[in-house]
Write a protein that binds this ligand. Structure first.
Ligand SMILES: NC(=O)c1ccc[n+]([C@@H]2O[C@H](COP(=O)([O-])OP(=O)(O)OC[C@H]3O[C@@H](n4cnc5c(N)ncnc54)[C@H](OP(=O)(O)O)[C@@H]3O)[C@@H](O)[C@H]2O)c1
Length: 275
């Protein structure tokens, strides 16, 4: 009974905080003092939007955030993948929202963010993950190739971040995590268009971090090396020597559980053994 009262007391303290993302560290600290609270997941009350949360890295991140206690919204263009992952997320017991959306289109993005916020509450965690790969010499590609990759990998981050920023600013906190790539730091033959999108994302992320830090919003970027997903058929790398989607999800968890006065601005994530 006493344990239950402590739990209720903690939940009230948390609710009084008004903004989940800010409350999470205090909760974690309390949890170490009163053992029953250790059962409260660290992201309880947070609302996370994961773009491209239907497959691969985004799916692993969405499942991880739900496991950590966040309500989760996901989007993608493929209906069956969206439904399958939404059903998987629902097993966590956390509130879930899913919507078909093409993140390169502002109308889709605005509808996604509006409906996520009216269903789950204000977005406190945004993971800009949706992305596509396209490889081969840039001079052999079409203008449509350029537009498709740049719109999906870079313009989308501008559109979705712009849609959630006002509410984060209003609440004075939030986390925006952009999934870039080591291709956003390196150059290689055949990488022209993809690298352009990810180098652009590095610049956008770093500037957004400067614009938003005064509002209590942390903008971070994760640069993974090769990850075992459907994303790329480029090269035939030994699957035991590439990252798993869960490795990236773990980096997201690290960012979100960082103490509130600091932030991990950029993580370079590499497999231990060289592919
Ligand atoms: N895999 C790697 O080796 C690797 C390495 C470093 C960085 N990354 C980055 O990690 C992110 C995820 O990659 P992944 O490997 O998980 O790829 P993936 O398995 O192909 O999944 C991509 C996800 O993005 C969604 N998506 C793509 N275009 C979209 C659009 N226009 N609108 C909405 N959703 C869209 C896809 O859903 P739909 O197709 O249904 O729309 C899917 O959910 C990308 O940004 C990628 O650049 C990947």
């Amino acid at each position: 009974m006493r344990g239950l009262l402590r739990l209720l007391d903690a939940k009230m303290s948390f609710a009084q905080n008004g903004w989940p993302a800010r409350g999470r560290i205090q909760m974690a600290q309390k949890a170490t003092i009163h053992s029953p609270l250790s059962e409260i997941p660290p992201l309880s009350g947070a609302v996370a939007l994961v773009t491209g949360g239907t497959r691969g890295i985004g799916r692993a991140i969405a499942l991880r955030l739900a496991k950590l206690g966040a309500a989760v919204s996901i989007c993608g263009r493929d209906k069956s993948a969206l439904s399958a992952t939404a059903a998987e997320l629902q097993k966590s017991g956390q509130p879930v929202f899913s919507q078909i959306a093409d993140v390169s289109r502002s109308a889709d993005v605005n509808s996604l963010v509006d409906k996520t916020q009216s269903t789950l509450g204000p977005v406190s965690i945004l993971v800009n993950n949706a992305g596509i790969g396209l490889f081969g010499p840039a001079h052999e590609k079409t203008e449509a190739d350029w537009d498709r990759v740049l719109d999906t990998n870079l313009k989308s981050v501008f559109l979705v971040s712009r849609a959630v920023a006002p509410s984060m600013i209003q609440h004075g906190s939030g986390d925006i995590i952009n999934i870039s790539s080591l291709a956003g730091r390196n150059a290689f033959a055949g990488g022209g268009i993809y690298c352009a999108s990810k180098w652009g994302l590095q610049g956008l992320s770093a500037c957004m971090a400067e614009d938003l830090r005064e509002h209590g919003i942390r903008v971070s970027v994760i640069c993974p090396g090769s990850v075992a997903t459907d994303f790329s058929t480029r090269g035939s790398k030994d699957p035991s020597k590439v990252l798993s989607p869960d490795d990236v999800a773990h980096a997201v968890e690290m960012i979100l559980t960082q103490r509130p006065q600091s932030f991990l601005s950029e993580i370079h994530l590499r497999p231990l053994r060289k592919p």
